[in-house]
Design a protein around this ligand. Structure first.
Ligand SMILES: N[C@@H](CCC(=O)N[C@@H](CSCc1ccc([N+](=O)[O-])cc1)C(=O)NCC(=O)O)C(=O)O
Length: 216
């Protein structure tokens, strides 16, 4: 059955793969599932047709037969549950991987995403510098603990999993901020993930959209 996801017609991240369709593309590439993409303008996202799929008028969404999903984390989990290779077979390992998925989106991503928003929307506000420093302190606390837990491991908990897809897409948003340089094992973790063929295919596909070329 055809899988269709939604993505920005023209991503504000200028093809850097920071929009949240990237994690869905990556998961689909990891499990070898072909997919179609419906590209949406900002205005189209707010139209009734899309809001019937996504109550908040955002991307990504995922459609397959009579299933329609929103929330990139839930979509990645669905892909991992429907296809092998992204979650451990054993029940405890699977539960731990799902805990790490929640950790990526609930514990690590919020201050990092807020930092992006502050830098875009609040740069001219009197509180900007203080707010940015406060967020950087929270982010460093999270990365201190994540770096200590990862140590010299390749992936968060044993084999590569859906949790690594989410965590790496969260951490990539810090590239260029100067924060990751203090965490060589996290930088190596991201590079390890970016070297995966499935990651490269997903990244190339979203970049092709930004460059206006039809993906090969
Ligand atoms: N929790 C939801 C959040 C979805 C979401 O934030 N979607 C964003 C795009 S990805 C977030 C995002 C936006 C921009 C950049 N960027 O780098 O420019 C990166 C990521 C969106 O549709 N925004 C339009 C709107 O809200 O009206 C999920 O994980 O799926």
């Amino acid at each position: 059955m055809t899988i269709t996801i939604t993505a920005f017609e023209r991503s504000p991240d200028r093809g850097k793969g920071l929009a949240r369709d990237m994690r869905v593309r990556w998961a689909l590439e990891e499990v070898g599932q072909p997919y179609d993409v419906r590209l949406l303008s900002f205005d189209a996202m707010k139209e009734p047709a899309h809001k019937a799929l996504h109550p908040f008028g955002q991307i990504p969404t995922y459609e397959e037969g009579d299933l329609a999903l929103f929330e990139s984390g839930a979509i990645v989990l669905h892909i991992a549950e429907r296809h092998g290779g992204l979650l451990p077979e054993d029940a405890n390992g699977r539960a731990r991987a799902i805990a790490w998925m929640f950790a990526a989106l609930n514990t690590v991503e919020p201050p990092i995403f807020d930092r992006s928003l502050v830098m875009i929307l609040e740069r001219d506000q009197p509180w900007y510098e203080h707010r940015l420093r406060a967020l950087d302190d929270i982010i460093r606390k999270r990365l201190d603990d994540l770096s200590a837990r990862l140590g010299g491991a390749d992936w968060l908990d044993g084999a590569f999993s859906a949790a690594d897809i989410l965590m790496v897409t969260v951490l990539r948003r810090l590239q260029g901020s100067g924060i990751l340089e203090a965490y060589p094992n996290l930088a190596a973790y991201i590079a390890r993930a970016e070297a995966r063929p499935a990651y490269k295919r997903a990244f190339a596909a979203q970049l092709a959209v930004f460059n206006g070329a039809p993906p090969t």
